[in-house]
Write a protein that binds this ligand. Structure first.
Ligand SMILES: [Fe+2]
Ligand SMILES: [Fe+2]
Length: 346
């Protein structure tokens, strides 16, 4: 990486914050040629410099007029942009207590005045190298984690789509209804994390239909009682397929698959759960799923007008759906219609 090389572009930057001009000059003399040295003689100015272009290391004087080194260090550690930048405190020989305090505040080391050039260089070199290693590792971990997250989401979406292929060739139903569910979840008052969980778990709600025979799934007429029982099994089968892996997402997906046909009044399936016994994500997905079914073509029906679908959902308040979910839905109806437009069947 040639950090110590002659190429100035590859040089690391050291920021010196010290009110004593002669200290700044001495440190410059010690570090020049090895690092790009920036300096500030006021603590505020030093903070601003650190924030607008974070250096690779900060040499920070403890005793400064106005804001002292401790407060500057605290500010640096509070700020996302400068948190990771190593801070080395500059103290005087007599100052023993302050060193401990500096380390407590998150400084990585200290150097004492008067400066021993070799020691200063060695400490700066070590901590700059450590810092670069940490940054590198962080970046790697973040990239790998992101890749894992994306892969997992993609697999889940594809699985949901696989099930949907059987009775809806484009798979757009799962895309639309999961976005509806996301919108409703947010309006319902779930946090962004849970709403996102809802968005990502919803596509798997009908995964159990992989196990439903075509003769039932694609039957144009009414189902017999026996066929209906088999049809209902897609909830339990879905939960079985998803399994009980402890990951948050798969647990949510399992709940949604198992309970998306439960009804608020306790007349749904498979477990006839009622009210708050039904997991909240399943209550939300239930409405999102029905909404999209009402607005879409099915073998047995054409697409309903929006007003008719809304009034149907309204009539199911406290029956099929929780009132609060219906309210949340009413709030985001315009956004749902935009989603519907964006993912319309062609
Ligand atoms: Fe279903
Ligand atoms: Fe569905």
């Amino acid at each position: 990486m040639g950090r110590m090389g002659a190429d100035p572009a590859s040089q690391s930057t050291v920021l010196v914050i010290d009110d004593a001009l002669e200290s700044v000059d001495v440190l410059r003399g010690i570090l020049d040629g090895l690092y790009r040295v920036k300096a500030a003689i006021h603590s505020r100015e030093g903070l601003d410099l650190a924030r607008c272009s974070p250096p690779d290391l900060i040499l920070l004087d403890v005793m400064m007029p106005g804001m002292d080194g401790y407060s500057v260090c605290q500010e640096l550690k509070r700020d996302e942009r400068t948190r990771a930048v190593p801070v080395i405190f500059i103290t005087t020989l007599s100052d023993v207590v302050s060193e401990a305090r500096g380390l407590e505040l998150g400084a990585v080391d200290y150097i004492t005045k008067p400066f021993a050039p070799e020691l200063v260089r060695a400490r700066v070199r070590t901590h700059v190298a450590l810092y670069h290693q940490t940054v590198q590792l962080d970046r790697l971990v973040r990239a790998r984690t992101e890749e894992l997250v994306q892969t997992r989401l993609e697999i889940i979406r594809r699985l949901g789509r696989a099930a949907e292929y059987r009775d809806n060739e484009t798979g757009l139903h799962v895309v639309r209804m999961s976005h509806y569910a996301h919108l409703v979840a947010k309006a319902y008052g779930l946090g962004e994390g849970e709403a996102e969980l809802c968005l990502n778990a919803a596509p798997m709600h009908d995964i159990g239909k992989i196990g439903t025979p075509d003769s039932i799934l694609l039957k144009p007429g009414e189902l017999t009682a026996a066929e209906w029982r088999i049809m209902q099994r897609h909830t339990v089968d879905g939960a079985e397929i998803i399994g009980d892996h402890p990951s948050e997402l798969l647990r949510a997906a399992r709940q949604v698959a198992l309970h998306h046909h439960e009804r608020w009044d306790g007349t749904g399936y498979p477990h006839r759960l009622r009210g708050e016994q039904i997991p909240v994500l399943a209550r939300i997905v239930a409405l999102a799923d029905v909404l999209d079914a009402l607005l879409s073509v099915r073998p047995y029906k054409g697409p309903w007008e929006v007003a008719r679908a809304v009034s149907h959902i309204e009539q199911e308040r406290d029956r099929h759906f929780e009132a609060r979910v219906v309210d949340a839905f009413r709030e985001v109806l315009p956004d749902c219609l935009e989603i519907r437009e964006a993912y319309r069947e062609r």
